[in-house]
Write a protein of this length. Structure first.
Length: 161
């Protein structure tokens, strides 16, 4: 059975596609390709159908991550097929929990940085800044991905038991 994760930010062109790309690479490195499905979306539909921000693409490519992406808006109906919905900041967390049709669905929503014990809550939005903000976001995503991968692996091992 496939474990499904969706990363969510505001417009789905900066933070969430970066998290999707990094975590997809982490699951592949861990040999979990066929067991974990990773995608992303935005809380809003402003950028639906657009590629990732060119600065996101540049940072991902510079660090040898995939960068193919088309933005889309998160839909409440997706909760039923997802195991985990990862919010990139507290605003996304609140919005997603309000969208959740059930309490069980709301419980699927977690903050990305909660998987990094030394971190604060939010991955800041780099959209209105320069390239250095995108590099900082990548660092935060990579660090939190280590803890998230451990949690997913633990969950998968629990399913097999």
């Amino acid at each position: 059975m496939t474990y499904r994760i969706c990363f969510v930010c505001t417009g789905n062109i900066c933070r969430s596609p970066m998290a999707e790309s990094v975590f997809r690479a982490r699951t592949a490195e861990a040999g979990l390709d066929g067991l974990v499905e990773v995608d992303s979306a935005g809380t809003g539909g402003w950028h639906e159908g657009e590629p990732a921000d060119p600065r996101t693409v540049a940072v991902l490519r510079a660090h040898d991550y995939g960068s193919a992406h088309v933005a889309r808006q998160f839909q409440p109906s997706w909760f039923s097929r997802l195991d985990l919905v990862i919010a990139l900041d507290l605003g996304h967390l609140k919005a997603l929990r309000r969208l959740a049709p059930t309490e069980q669905d709301a419980a699927k929503v977690r903050l990305l940085r909660s998987y990094d014990p030394a971190a604060g809550d939010d991955v800041p939005d780099p959209y209105y800044g320069g390239g250095e903000g995108f590099e900082e976001v990548l660092e935060m995503v990579e660090t939190a991905s280590t803890g998230l991968l451990a949690a997913v692996r633990e969950h998968l091992e629990g399913r097999a038991a």
